[in-house]
Design a protein around this ligand. Structure first.
Ligand code: FES
Length: 366
């Protein structure tokens, strides 16, 4: 066997449209969670920040579907990315991956995006990673990153699972706890036998104070089901935590209405109907499509495009995933991006159509 000499400067950087992803490993994490590792078909390397995500583009039963998944691996391992996901009752894409995707299969994906992640610009050297269920994936990426780079931060990793058998990456997290003096982990299970040594039940103020007594000094990152994050936020508000140091991301995109609608493009989300504000109608020119459409100032641009029967990528429909990103050549929009657009991309003129309303006539690259 000849080991390749790797010089990253000689390799192309992966971007979604560069080449498909090839599945190179599948690992059972728990009884219903798997990790899928992909590399680029053209030996490109992946540049991303811990906590970012990519959107897979699949054809299932002749229907095009897209799903956004956080990357669980670390950017310090740039030759592959790993997606860890859980079987869901109605999870079309995740369930297809669990039952059909094999090592050697190739799938398309969109470029990596999202701005949930380590607050590089305002770091506190103490961090608290809080996750519920599959919300652990960005916390894995961030922990792996900080540990790989030997960054001198004090990490508390607090994870909630339904039962002990639902704990994802437990061996790895336990290993960090044993080997890293700056890493402490706590598990909380909703239900557990009497011999479970950790906490159980719903996260409470008392529990959090006991487990993380210096929480007030930490940068907090939170990801999980909405109810979990709402509970965390209400506890933090109760203790007077400075929410400028709180960051959250919902992982629950798979079940969102918008993602379900990917398979049924005739269904559209109603936006701001019945509002009494004056509505101005603008022209939006889609340069590559060669069409000009109308869009009211109270309608989001993605909806206006879809109503014309024009197919354009989208996934979360909430300004989070970046899938609907497009370049605005001319015009002005009111955009409420929820982390789905990097500041650098915004500076380059990109917008997210799913959460933007026109404030003038527009020309889009689309
Ligand atoms: S569809 Fe996800 S940001 Fe627009």
């Amino acid at each position: 066997m000849v080991f390749p000499k790797i010089d990253i400067d000689d390799m192309p950087k992966w971007e979604g449209d560069l080449a498909p992803l090839e599945c190179i490993a599948i690992k059972d994490e728990t009884h219903n969670v798997k990790s899928f590792t992909f590399r680029s078909k053209v030996d490109a390397w992946f540049e991303f920040l811990p906590g970012q995500h990519t959107t897979l583009f699949l054809n299932i039963n002749d229907v095009s579907v897209m799903r956004t998944y956080t990357i669980a691996s670390s950017p310090t391992h740039p030759h592959a990315i790993t997606i860890t996901n859980k079987l869901l009752e109605n999870g079309t894409v995740t369930n297809w991956m669990h039952t059909h995707l094999k090592v050697g299969d190739c799938i398309d994906a969109l470029n990596i995006g999202g701005s949930f992640g380590i607050a590089f610009d305002q770091p506190r050297d103490k961090v608290l990673f809080m996750s519920g269920g599959s919300g652990i994936t960005p916390m894995l990426s961030m922990s792996r990153y900080l540990i790989d780079l030997s960054i001198d931060s004090d990490i508390v990793f607090l994870h909630n699972a339904q039962t002990p058998r639902d704990l994802i990456a437990k061996d790895e997290i336990d290993f960090y706890e044993q080997q890293q003096s700056n890493f402490n982990r706590h598990y909380i299970c909703d239900n557990a036998d009497d011999d479970w040594p950790g906490e159980r039940g719903l996260l409470s103020l008392t529990m959090l104070n006991n487990l993380v007594s210096d929480i007030i000094e930490r940068e907090v990152y939170c990801c999980g089901p909405k109810a979990y994050m709402d509970n965390v936020k209400s506890i933090l508000n109760e203790i007077g935590f400075d929410m400028a140091h709180y960051h959250q991301e919902s992982f629950d995109i798979e079940s969102s209405t918008a993602q379900q609608n990917m398979a049924e493009p005739d269904k559209f989300i109603a936006h701001e109907e019945g509002e009494s504000i004056e509505v101005v109608e603008y022209n939006i020119t889609l340069q590559e499509t060669g069409k000009t459409i109308k869009c009211g100032s109270n309608t989001n641009i993605l909806v206006a495009i879809q109503k014309e029967g024009i197919v354009t990528p989208f996934a979360c429909s909430m300004g989070m995933c970046g899938t609907c990103r497009t370049k605005m050549i001319e015009g002005k929009v009111d955009m409420d991006a929820q982390g789905g657009l990097l500041k650098s991309h915004e500076a380059e003129g990109y917008i997210l159509t799913c959460c933007s309303h026109p404030e003038s006539d527009l020309v889009l690259e689309l």
